[in-house]
Design a protein. Sequence first.
Length: 182
Amino acid sequence: MNVNKTTRVIVLIALMSAIMCIMGPISVPLPGNLVPISLTNLVIYFTLYVIGMNHGTISYLIYLLIGLVGLPVFSHFTGGAGKFFGPTGGYLIGFIFMAIIAGFFIDKFPNRRLLCILGMVLGTAVCYVFGTAWLAYQAGYSFSVALANGVIPFLPGDCIKIVLAAILGPQIKIRLKKAGLI
């Protein structure tokens, strides 16, 4: 890899991490629920379309590290190690696996929209498992109560995010390629 390409990759990873830092804190609390609606997963899906599984996962890990050191990049403009040990920490970890699984499908089947959607659905389901298990443990909920609070209210919005990413993600990538940015 030449220096120009290496620099471009580093800049793209940093840019996508920055976009996550901007969009991640924007969240909508649900009444009586410990888990807010956020845009983090949507940004991850777009990141995977733009820079692929490997670089997209690295970009998300950088975002996590930025939040871990205390910068307010997580939902409701929070940060710090305590967020990982709080009720939504499982989702933060689950997003890593979501990026890997969804990214694999997006990289492997870029021209097969239904397979990309399947990958995003599977990745999101794995994220839900991590998040629900941790939410149940942290909040003292049964698994079914954690599922009712941490998954069920998010299904319609996450389906919309997946469809948006599947439709717009390839178009964004095409335009960025034409502009010579990726």
